[in-house]
Design a protein around this ligand. Sequence first.
Ligand code: GUN
Ligand code: FE
Length: 426
Amino acid sequence: MILRGTVIWTPALGRAEVRERAYLVADGPTVRGVFDQLPADCADKPVTDYGDALIIPAFVDAHVHAPQFLNAGIGMDDELLPWLNRRTFPLEARFADPAFADRAYRAFLNALWEAGTLRFCAFATVHARATWHLMQLAESAGFSGLVGKVNMDRNAPEALTEDTAASLAQTEELALRARSELRNIGFIVTPRFVPSTTPALMEGLGALVEKHQLPVQSHVDENRGEVALVRELHPEARSYAHVYDDFGLMPTGRTVLAHAIWLTDPEVELLREKRVLVAHSPQSNANLTSGIMPARRWLSAGLSCAVASDLAAGSDACLARHAACAVQVSKLNQVSHAEETALHVPEALYLVTKGPGCFAGFAQPSGSFEPGFRADALVVGGERAAALDELLPRTPLERLERFLYAGDSRDICARYAAGALMERPF
Ligand code: GUN
Ligand code: FE
């Protein structure tokens, strides 16, 4: 793959590299680098020239609920626990039906493709069969990422309450099957959150994590009612986050925890020590009246963060919008905490590309154009942008900012996954 255009990527938080009329070169699925002159051994290779268009790393969604796509924009007037009971669980129960799951998951993957998200960490539902189907669909479409069968054996409606032993057996079977049959989609252990999983289930999942060296994803400290419920359920634990660690569900460098709004100091310390990737979903946090995650404070404390959609509590599939929302919400936070300075655009780009793309649960890093990264890229431009730029020319970083704040899938002219053009999956 050799693409020519204005290449932008973020090798570090807050540092954007901009190369105009440069060449992004990949050898097979892997980035070789960005060059101002075409490397000598590429002289006779085809170059796809995108003119003035931007070439940026494809988005990586560190926290998304695949089945909930059908609820995007629906039922946004509840807080977390009633929202789960009234909106989310009834929808997820429908995934017992393989035909429904097939159609819903195809629609979900099409929406991610449209939005420029080519890698993700997704929750499925408790249904093993539908989860496996999602994994196969994602693999065959050319995505990479991690998918988890949700585990729930308490505080759920009957249709979604699993038998503990069966839940563990199905989890292990899926993890092993994914390892032997899939190349680009892996399995991630997915206890929904502490209120949904009994100590016996968490202990069993922790043993699987250790035995097969699996990654883990869950939720932590999202909503005050949820935090109070966890304290009631686990008075023995030092904190909400410590419950996961106590059960072996926080493997170092291989854990994604969503939200982390209400972390106490010992929790911040624990998450940093375990190199947890914190998935920050500001749009979801606003929709469910959860609170404002102090992004600058957590970043300054040394936590690894990503900005994620949390569909369908986040109502938009496109991470461009969530990146802008993270900046906006950090500004609101700065109003009440002046020392916690707002995020800026290059940071926001990092948080939806390299930040999540380097999660060690993925086999190969993505989200940057450094050598060795998976060559996942978006070409951003097209007629809409060109018409505006003709009237009033903009710098590359202004055009990036405009795409994050006001752009959408119409502005993505092409998507490349693992060094190859990726067409609409379904
Ligand atoms: N906590 C437990 N389950 C969920 C979910 O599906 N969405 C969100 N936002 N939080 C959760
Ligand atoms: Fe979530």
